[in-house]
Design a protein around this ligand. Structure first.
Ligand code: CA
Length: 226
């Protein structure tokens, strides 16, 4: 899922980003309160990891503003000490949980898995288009009865197509959804991944479902069901 990390300590932020990316999440990082509030209101994050002590305004204020704006992304607060006042305050402003620094990265990963399961309950358990089938929870995909091995990034791109069958997706839409904002490559990487996917889901099956829409982007062919 897509995760926002709001943490001003650069080394800590980098550690969190690396660790969460290894778990398969797409991670954006910002270093202050105003940036956190802005990013979280512009993007639908599956989880927000929010430090309390931040420049600009603190994590409590970020969380309060998001909830006031109707943004319900799960928030995990990082508190500097095991202070019951901080914990209560975090829950009061609408946080979903907290971790006391120093915490283990394994614990952080486990907490985010709980958020991800909650997120999955709100979305379909299985995405289907024709005989293509994809399970977001288990990260498995099939063409007919044949299971297809996909990398995490290929899976993310295919999931995006299956959530928008028949819709033209531009390279930048695909890039925004499946890569994090710090990715500074070109949209050529999208073409590259669409080609990887074609070699896995189309070519071996004699299909051409991932269509190129010249000058615009790509579209997963949608079959009208009767
Ligand atoms: Ca801090």
């Amino acid at each position: 899922m897509r995760v926002l990390v709001v943490e001003d300590e650069v080394r800590m932020a980098e550690l969190l980003k690396r660790s969460l990316s290894e778990e398969g999440h797409t991670v954006d990082v910002v270093h202050d309160g105003p940036g956190g509030a802005r990013m979280a209101s512009e993007n639908p994050y599956g989880a927000i990891v929010l430090d309390v002590m931040l420049p600009g305004f603190d994590g409590f204020e970020v969380c309060r503003r998001l909830r006031a704006a109707g943004i319900l992304s799960p928030v995990l607060m990082l508190t500097a000490r095991d202070d019951i006042g901080d914990r209560v305050r975090g829950l009061d402003v609408g946080a979903d949980g907290y971790l006391v620094k120093p915490f283990s990265l394994l614990e952080l990963a486990a907490r985010l898995r709980v958020f991800a399961r909650r997120d999955d309950r709100a979305s379909p358990v299985v995405l289907v288009e024709g005989d293509l089938r994809l399970e977001p929870v288990s990260k498995r995909a099939w063409r007919g009865s044949t299971e297809i091995e996909l990398s995490a990034k290929e899976f993310a791109v295919l999931e995006l197509f299956l959530r928008h069958p028949g819709t033209i997706l531009t390279r930048s839409q695909i890039l925004n959804a499946a890569w994090d904002i710090a990715y500074d490559g070109t949209s050529n990487v999208v073409d590259q991944y669409v080609n990887y996917l074609r070699r896995k889901i189309d070519i071996p099956f004699g299909r051409q479902d991932l269509e190129t829409v010249r000058g615009t982007g790509y579209r997963l062919r949608h079959r009208e069901t009767t």
